[in-house]
Design a protein around this ligand. Structure first.
Ligand code: MG
Length: 348
């Protein structure tokens, strides 16, 4: 049996007859959809799923990834749909250790969308691409009837160059690896949800929406043996730890007290009934590397733009494959499971 559940290609039974919101939530139902419909028909990457696929061409390795963006509202504190569509794909390329080269973009526009709303989003995409040093090289536009889409949906795809010698993948995660995060968690999900829920905080929580490729590059440039990287988007840190633990066939133990969550995010989570460990970030990464290099990696992240709030939050251990435990401040331990339902629809 393979250690990677995503690599299985036989259909899994589906619990529903139709698509549910939770099928897009990054949790258990989404896994069921991928394993029940997509992988059996389209084929699984034998290496297991990662944020980017790796394509070999003429002796070089390219990372290749795609993503759709449907965030609602389209403009939120700290970002908007346009920049999110660029950073989301740039970040997935970076999680394979790739230097982003070029992006494509497709716009699905609803009849009646004011140009006054479209133009700033496109300008925002361009600014984000410039910031990442990546070219928006090709695109497509489709318009659908009024009422058939919610204003605008954006899809981006990206390619990036993986430097020789770089091998970043969940299968490289080892017992004894340290787990680091590049900053405080849950900002993006809370920034979007607080607008939607109409909660006015004294100072609004701003999204962490931004690029992380410079953080990945800094770790690699420092010569650190980075085993795996992943950005904690939908499903948050808890889902990342579950996916990586399952893919590596190992267990992970995280320290609650070491996990950075800003006070305003924690307060908002309490009001909204959310667990910050499951709330999406859009400008953070989780890194797995040998424990002996953890302090140096921490210093590198903290000295790099976007990494000031980095922390070592746990480690990989031998144990039941896929088990993620959280040691609480009280010294007790609880399981961090994959979520079954949809916690936050349309946050990215
Ligand atoms: Mg990702």
């Amino acid at each position: 049996m393979t250690a990677d559940p995503f690599a299985l290609a036989c259909p899994r039974p589906l619990r529903h007859e139709t698509v549910q919101m939770a099928h897009g939530g990054g949790g258990r139902l989404m896994k069921e959809l991928i394993e029940g419909i997509f992988l059996p028909a389209l084929g699984a990457d034998p290496a297991g799923l990662h944020d980017s696929a790796v394509v070999e061409a003429g002796g070089t390795r390219l990372a290749f990834t795609t993503d759709g963006f449907v965030v609602h509202p389209r403009v939120f504190p700290g970002g908007d749909l346009g920049e999110l569509a660029v950073y989301g794909t740039v970040n997935d390329l970076a999680m394979a250790g790739a230097k982003p080269l070029a992006l494509s973009t497709a716009f699905i526009l609803e009849e009646g969308l004011p140009f006054a709303e479209l133009a700033p989003l496109v300008a925002s995409m361009k600014a984000a691409a410039d910031r990442c040093g990546v070219r928006l090289a090709t695109g497509d536009t489709k318009v659908v009837d009024r009422g058939k889409a919610d204003g605008i949906f954006i899809t981006t795809a990206g390619i990036g160059l993986i430097p020789a010698g770089v091998d970043i993948h969940p299968r490289r995660v080892q017992p004894g690896d340290a787990v680091l995060v590049s900053g405080d968690l849950g900002r993006h999900g809370i920034a979007v949800m607080s607008v939607r829920a109409g909660i006015a905080f004294e100072t609004p929580v701003t999204s962490d929406c931004g690029p992380v490729h410079q953080l990945a590059a800094a770790l690699l440039d420092a010569g650190l043996d980075v085993h795996c990287l992943r950005d904690p988007t939908r499903g948050g840190l808890a889902s990342v730890l579950n996916e990586i633990a399952a893919a590596a066939g190992l267990a992970i133990e995280a320290e609650e007290a070491a996990i950075p969550v800003a006070e305003d995010v924690a307060a908002a989570c309490e009001i909204l009934g959310l667990d910050p460990l499951y709330v999406a970030c859009e400008g953070r990464l989780v890194a797995f590397l040998p424990e002996a290099q953890a302090q140096r990696a921490l210093a590198v992240l903290q000295a790099t733009l976007g990494g000031a709030g980095a922390a070592i939050i746990g480690r990989v251990i031998e144990g039941p494959a896929g088990r993620v435990g959280l040691r609480t401040a009280l010294g007790t331990s609880r399981l961090l499971d994959l979520l079954s339902g949809e916690q936050l629809p349309r946050i990215c």
